[in-house]
Design a binder for this molecule. Structure first.
Ligand SMILES: [Zn+2]
Ligand SMILES: [Zn+2]
Length: 649
C-alpha cells in the first residue's frame, strides 16, 4: 500500500505505507535525508524515526528549521536529567518537555538548592563536552513497564506507560551514554550540538498538573546552538526581570491577586486610574469605529453556549464555570459573542442597516489551571474591550480597513510596533470555500490598502473564519498578543442570524470579532513591562506631585493643587526631608514634581522637575498647567515639557 505525503511546496510524493520521516527525506534527496533531524507531520513535531501510516502533510526538520531548537532543547532536558542522576541517583524523573524559552523537567525524591543547581549545570556541561551520541531504542511496552519496575523503578514512567501509551505495542527510549529515558523524541544527534546550556530556576509543580497529586520540583533551563545566543537570551531575560509587571505593580500599588481569588485581579485606586484612562481611550476609538456600547450579563444558562457552539468548539467544558440550579445548568460567560449575537437577533435588519456594531467592556471567566496562572498575563477573570460587528459579505474590506487604521494609530500611541499575520483556512472549517476565498481576499486587500507588511500563516485560522493576528512588539523586542480582528461564518449560521437583502430574501451576515487592547488585565501587564512602570503622563496614576520644602508652604501647595483641575495631583507626605520626598516621587514613577519653597511662594512661581531629573525654576504655574494639558491631550509617550522649554531658551 502506498500513501500520499504532501510537502511544503504543495507537491505530493507517494511512498510506501510505514516509511519513516527520514526515509521520505532520502526519497526527496540524499542530502536532505542525511541532514534530517526530525519531521513535522500534520503540524506535530515528531522524531525522524516516526513511521507514516496514512496520507499526511510533512515538513522535514534540519539544523536550519525553526523546530530544530525544540529538538535541541528536548535533548538539553535529557542532559539535565542525566547530570541530575549522576549527582543525585535517588531522584525520580517525571516529565521533561521543551517550552518556548527552553525546557523543564519535573522531578521527585530530591531536595535541591542553588548550589546543587550549579553542580548539576557543571555536570551537564561535561556531558555536552563529551559529545555523546543520542540513540533511539524501541521496546515492547510490557518490557518497558518491567524496566521501570525492576531495573530503574519509577512510578511516573509506569503511569505514562499504563495510560498515555496504553494503546501502543512498542514504545521508544532515548539513550545517551549511561542515561536512558522513555521518550517519543525528537532529539538532535548528539549532546555536543548544544552550544549554550543554562539552568534558570526552580518551582513547585503537581504531577499531571493536578493539585490532588504529589508535589514535584520543576527545574527550568534553556539551551541554544551557540554560547552567543545563550548570552543574549540571558541578557534579555535579566532586562525583562527588571520590568516584571508583578513587582512594578506592587511598587506602584496598582493591583493585587490575593489568595481568596486566585487568577482574579483586584484593581487598587492607582490601578483603576490607569484602567479608566484605558477605558475612556477605547471608548473614543469605538465611537470612531461606529460601535454602540452595550452591557450583557456574566451569568447565563449553559444552553446559550450550546447553541452558539462555544461549548463544543471553543474548549472543553472544563474551561467553563458551570453549575446546576433548579434543574437548569448555569455558567459564567467565557466570552461575549453569544450575548451580542442575541442582541443582533432581537431585531429584523435590512441590508441598509448593516453594519450593526456592539462594543462591551465584558468581564468573562475561564477556568485556567492554578499552575498556569501568572500575574496579569494568565488570569481566570478578565475584562475584554470586546466588540462585534455584523456586516454584509461585501462590507468586509471596508470594515477591516477602517479597524486596521484605528489599530495602527493605537499601537503608535503606545509606542508599540505591530506585527500583522494573515491566518488562512485550515483543514477543518465551516463555511463554503467560496466565502473563505472571498473573505481572505478582503482581509488581504485591507492589509494592502493600509500598506501594512504581513506574514501569511497558511491553514492557521480557527475553523470559523480567517483572521488577522496582531502582535505588539515592546521596547525589549518581545511579542505580545493583545488585540485581534477575526471573521466568523459559524455563529451566524448556528444562531440563524439574518438580514433582508436588496432582493428581499434572507441573507447571512458575517460576524467580526475584534478587540483593540485585548483585556485590561493583560494590557496593563504588557504596558507595565513595556514602559517599566514609567507611564506616559496621560496614563500615569499620579501625574503631578507637589513637594513643599517645609510645612510653611502647605497653604500655597493646597492653593496650587486646586488650580490643577483635571490633573491627577497630590501633595507630598509632610513628615520628611525634601531629598526623601524627591526620592519617593521618583520611586512612585510620578512624571512631574512641583517643588515650592519660600521664594516660590513669595513670587507665586514654582520649580518643576521631571522623572528624568531635569529641572526648571521660576515657572508660572498657569503656563505649566497649560503645557501639561497639552501633553496629556497629545498622549505624548514621555514627559517633554522641560525639554521643550529648555530648548527654547
Ligand atoms: Zn524526552
Ligand atoms: Zn467574539
Amino acid at each position: 500500500m502506498s500513501i500520499s505525503v504532501r510537502l511544503p511546496d504543495g507537491s505530493t510524493l507517494d511512498v510506501e505505507e510505514g516509511a519513516t520521516v527520514q526515509e521520505v527525506a532520502y526519497e526527496i534527496g540524499p542530502g536532505l535525508g542525511s541532514d534530517t533531524v526530525a519531521g513535522v507531520v500534520d503540524g506535530t513535531l515528531v522524531a525522524r524515526e516516526e513511521t507514516l501510516d496514512s496520507d499526511v502533510s510533512l515538513e522535514i526538520v534540519t539544523d536550519d528549521s525553526d523546530e530544530y531548537l525544540d529538538a535541541l532543547r528536548h535533548t538539553a532536558a535529557h542532559v539535565f536529567a542525566q547530570a541530575l542522576l549522576r549527582l543525585h541517583p535517588d531522584a525520580k524523573l517525571a516529565i521533561g518537555p521543551w517550552t518556548d524559552d527552553g525546557f523543564y523537567y519535573d522531578i521527585a525524591h530530591v531536595d535541591l538548592d542553588e548550589d546543587d543547581l550549579k553542580q548539576i549545570e557543571a555536570e551537564a556541561h561535561r556531558i555536552i563536552e563529551a559529545d555523546l551520541t543520542v540513540d533511539r531504542l524501541e521496546m515492547e511496552r510490557a518490557d518497558a513497564i518491567e524496566y521501570y519496575e525492576e531495573a530503574a523503578p519509577n512510578r511516573f514512567k509506569r503511569e505514562i506507560l499504563a495510560e498515555e501509551a496504553s494503546g501502543e505495542a512498542t514504545v521508544s527510549f532515548y539513550e545517551q551514554g549511561e542515561f536512558r529515558d522513555l521518550c517519543r523524541g525528537p532529539h538532535v544527534r548528539s549532546t555536543g550540538e548544544i552550544g549554550g546550556f543554562a539552568l534558570l530556576e526552580m518551582s513547585a509543580a503537581y504531577w499531571r498538573g493536578d493539585e490532588s497529586n504529589e508535589t514535584l520540583t520543576r527545574v527550568y533551563g534553556t539551551a541554544f546552538p551557540s554560547e552567543a545566543e545563550l548570552e543574549s537570551f540571558l541578557e534579555r531575560r535579566e532586562a525583562a526581570k527588571e520590568r516584571d509587571h508583578r513587582r512594578i505593580g506592587q511598587e506602584m500599588d496598582l493591583f493585587s491577586i490575593p489568595e481568596h481569588s486566585p487568577g482574579c485581579v483586584h484593581f487598587h485606586p492607582n490601578g483603576m486610574r490607569v484602567r479608566r484612562e484605558l477605558e475612556e481611550y477605547v471608548r473614543t476609538k469605538n465611537e470612531e469605529l461606529g460601535y454602540e456600547e452595550v452591557w450583557t450579563p456574566e451569568l447565563n444558562k449553559k444552553e446559550l453556549w450550546q447553541k452558539s457552539g462555544h461549548l463544543d468548539f471553543f474548549g472543553a467544558e472544563g474551561e467553563f464555570y458551570l453549575w446546576e440550579q433548579d434543574g437548569d445548568e448555569y455558567g459564567l460567560k467565557p466570552m461575549n459573542c453569544a450575548n451580542h449575537a442575541y442582541l443582533y437577533d432581537r431585531e429584523k435588519w435590512s441590508y441598509r442597516d448593516l453594519p450593526i456594531r456592539f462594543s462591551e467592556f465584558g468581564t468573562v471567566y475561564r477556568n485556567e489551571q492554578s499552575g498556569e496562572l501568572s500575574g496579569l498575563f494568565r488570569v481566570r477573570g478578565m475584562t475584554q474591550d470586546d466588540g462585534h460587528a455584523f456586516i454584509r459579505p461585501d462590507q468586509i474590506q471596508a470594515e477591516i480597513t477602517h479597524t486596521l487604521s484605528i489599530i495602527e494609530e493605537l499601537y503608535g500611541e503606545f509606542g508599540l510596533e505591530a506585527v500583522y499575520k494573515l491566518e488562512t483556512k485550515g483543514d477543518h472549517s465551516v463555511g463554503s470555500d467560496d466565502i473563505w476565498a472571498r473573505a481572505t481576499e478582503a482581509l488581504r486587500d485591507a492589509l494592502e490598502e493600509r500598506g501594512l507588511e504581513y506574514e501569511i500563516e497558511e491553514g492557521e485560522a480557527a475553523f470559523y473564519g480567517p483572521k488577522i493576528g496582531l502582535d505588539a512588539v515592546d521596547v525589549l523586542g518581545r511579542e505580545w498578543t493583545v488585540g485581534t480582528v477575526q471573521l466568523d461564518f459559524n455563529i451566524p449560521e448556528r444562531l440563524d442570524l439574518i438580514y433582508i437583502g436588496e432582493d428581499n430574501r434572507e441573507h447571512r451576515p458575517v460576524m467580526v470579532h475584534r478587540a483593540l487592547l485585548g483585556t485590561f488585565e493583560r494590557f496593563l501587564g504588557v504596558m507595565l513591562e513595556h514602559f517599566g512602570g514609567d507611564f506616559p503622563t496621560w496614563l500615569a496614576p499620579e501625574q503631578v506631585r507637589i513637594l513643599p520644602i517645609s510645612d510653611d508652604q502647605l497653604e500655597y501647595a493646597n492653593a496650587l493643587a486646586d488650580t490643577f483641575t483635571g490633573v491627577r495631583v497630590t501633595i507630598a507626605d509632610r513628615s520628611s526631608t525634601l531629598g526623601r520626598k524627591i526620592q519617593a516621587a521618583h520611586d512612585d514613577r510620578v512624571p512631574y514634581m512641583v517643588i515650592i519653597g519660600g521664594n516660590e511662594e513669595e513670587s507665586g512661581t514654582i520649580s518643576i522637575r521631571d522623572r528624568f531629573e531635569r529641572e526648571l525654576d521660576d515657572i508660572d504655574p498657569a503656563a505649566f498647567k497649560r503645557a501639561l494639558d497639552e501633553e496629556i491631550a497629545a498622549k505624548r509617550l514621555e514627559p517633554a515639557i522641560i525639554e521643550t522649554w529648555s530648548d527654547h531658551e
